[in-house]
Design a protein around this ligand. Sequence first.
Ligand SMILES: Nc1ncnc2c1ncn2[C@@H]1O[C@H](COP(=O)(O)OP(=O)(O)OP(=O)(O)O)[C@@H](O)[C@H]1O
Ligand SMILES: [Mg+2]
Length: 252
Amino acid sequence: MSEILSVRGAAKSYGAVKALRGADLAVARGEVHALCGDNGAGKSTLIKLVAGVEHPDAGEIALRGEKVRFSSPHDALAAGIATIHQDLGLAPGLTIYQNVFMGSELVKRVLGIPVLDRAAMIARSQDFLVQLNSVMRDMTARVENLSGGQRQAVALCRALRWNAEIIVMDEPTAALGVRETEEVIKLIRRLKENGVTVILISHNMNDVIAVADRVTILRGGRTETSLPTEGLNAQALSDLIMRGETALEEAG
Ligand SMILES: Nc1ncnc2c1ncn2[C@@H]1O[C@H](COP(=O)(O)OP(=O)(O)OP(=O)(O)O)[C@@H](O)[C@H]1O
Ligand SMILES: [Mg+2]
């Protein structure tokens, strides 16, 4: 397997709380890799290290085989890792294209003076949405008027705008109904078809089974196991998270 991202022996404490005590993660290029574990297992902390939000106390992160040290989320983004947090980080009162290009607006020069290139931002936003198979066509619609699934698509467009090779999604379906969850699953499949590597944090075993190629399970800040989802069902996965590897052995 061609490894695009690896974390080895990551440790991170917050005061007396050991959030991570030696976590490993190996993500292959182009796969959908789920990160699972009970509440407090360390999933978000591990992702914060990968996203440049926090620094590990110990351990190493390697991207495309080279050791990296991110000092900010912008560093991680520039290296090709975009993270979509649960709140999506969108500005509801702004339009789709304004959200896609927030903080990285396209400009053109008119008589030597830089002005926002609205037409280019609208056209490129539309391109990104087409890449995601989205049917949204009005790039001037306000995000507050979009469904949960559509908002996820806008957040993904912002990641694509940075040419992200790895997109990390923290609980993308947690607040969504059945139909919108299905939309998000389709978005993830579409990203994979386009060659993007996806790391998906999820408590929803059905989503993980539906879309992930591989799953890494954290427990108490350590990596319990990492295995392909092929042949697993939601119940087996949930047993594995709750009871650990003995669940697999018992299942034979
Ligand atoms: N900023 C912080 N300050 C203090 N403790 C923290 C902080 N962030 C996380 N922790 C603690 O670290 C541990 C791991 O937390 P983390 O958020 O990584 O877990 P998680 O697997 O994402 O859980 P959940 O499924 O509930 O989101 C928990 O005990 C948590 O309370
Ligand atoms: Mg979390």
